[in-house]
Write a protein that binds this ligand. Structure first.
Ligand code: ADP
Ligand code: MG
Length: 339
């Protein structure tokens, strides 16, 4: 009898170990980037497949280059000089409302209507160029996102206006993917959507995830590591996409909507740590545009996220909530905690 009880216990514990260790992973390309997702536990492979399909569906709705996407049709309509209401799906509607709201909160640092400008610089095609100042002056009035009119299920852009959600689409896709995993019973997962890291729960053994933050000065090694669970860790950096022009200067893919020029304010990268991927992605771009001083001011008003900023002079600042979670690996000149 005793032997029987022991063997049942043994079998039970072995089953538990094997279900805790069940792991699945997928890798694919979407939203112009490489994505990987890993999940643990029962139904992990099927759940990852659902999450991947949801990301591909969102891409179909918000792509600026797929001629079947609602956003493509909306932009084309206005580029053709029309200003009629164009029907849109709920993903696009939600992102438009959210973007306009963040744009207001960040006093225009975040602007979903900069597409005519990013296009003129060649970031949409890879045919990079420094546009003529006259062209920039001509395009800037088209980037006034307060002119975007939202109807119940349609959007109206003034002729020539165009939107893009490159700055928060991946964060939204990450939130949607994690929701699907959660609904399917997954309690432990890590997704990496082109450098946007989002975690569901903790590691299967109950410990925190250890997430590397890229060194913005070489774009490859890790400069710091962060211990987190249930968080999105989203970074915007000039190193992600830039070109060197014939004037010898480097121009990056994040733009200052007041000048129509790529941001050049001494910021190397901004990492946001928060629960929502959408909020984190929007803020990583917005705080990059603001630069260090304004970013600190903004954080002091909100205090509903944490951030890390690396500057071109190799200084680091981070908010006090990260103090016991962060481990600096690479070489920096100084680090300071924002209280
Ligand atoms: P990444 O996509 O490289 O992770 P971001 O999240 O910072 O980086 O998004 C950058 C993209 O956002 C750009 O490629 C462009 O499409 C768009 N963008 C550039 N400047 C702004 C801005 N000021 N506000 C909103 N979107 C922007
Ligand atoms: Mg972003």
């Amino acid at each position: 009898m005793k032997f029987f009880r022991i063997s049942i216990l043994l079998i039970l514990s072995l089953t538990c170990i094997s279900c805790a260790q069940k792991k699945a992973a997928v890798s694919f390309e979407a939203m112009n980037t490489f994505m990987t997702m890993q999940a643990y536990g029962k139904n992990c492979s099927q759940s990852l497949e659902l999450a991947k399909n949801r990301i591909l569906e969102i891409e179909k709705h918000i792509s600026t280059t797929d001629s079947e996407s609602d956003l493509y049709k909306l932009n084309l309509n206005s580029a053709n000089g029309n200003s009629n209401n164009v029907p849109i799906n709920p993903d696009l509607q939600l992102l438009t409302i959210y973007s306009l709201n963040i744009s207001q909160q960040t006093q225009g640092a975040f602007n979903p209507a900069l597409y005519p400008i990013t296009k003129a610089w060649g970031f949409t095609t890879g045919n990079y160029q420094v546009p003529d100042q006259n062209l920039i002056t001509q395009l800037l009035p088209l980037t006034d996102c307060s002119k975007i009119q939202l109807e119940w299920d349609a959007i109206n852009l003034e002729p020539g206006m165009e939107m893009d959600f490159g700055a928060l689409g991946k964060g939204y896709a990450g939130d949607q993917a994690l929701s699907l995993l959660r609904e399917n019973g997954i309690t432990s997962a890590l997704i990496d959507l082109g450098g946007n890291i989002q975690t569901l729960g903790s590691k299967p053994d109950g410990s925190d995830w250890n997430i590397g933050i890229k060194n913005p000065w070489d774009g490859t090694s890790a400069i710091a590591a962060l211990k987190v669970c249930n968080k999105a860790i989203i970074t915007s950096g000039g190193y992600e996409r830039f070109f060197t022009a014939s004037d010898g200067k480097q121009y990056i893919h994040i733009f200052d909507g007041t000048t129509g020029y790529p941001v050049n304010n001494g910021t190397s990268s901004v990492t946001i740590v928060t629960e929502s991927g959408l909020y984190g992605d929007a803020l990583s771009t917005a705080l990059f545009v603001m630069g260090k001083e304004k970013a600190i001011e903004f954080w002091k008003e909100k205090r509903d996220f944490e951030f890390i900023i690396f500057t071109d002079s190799k200084d680091m600042i981070y908010t006090k909530g990260l103090e016991d979670k962060i481990h600096i690996i690479g070489n920096i000149n100084s680090s300071a905690v924002i209280q």
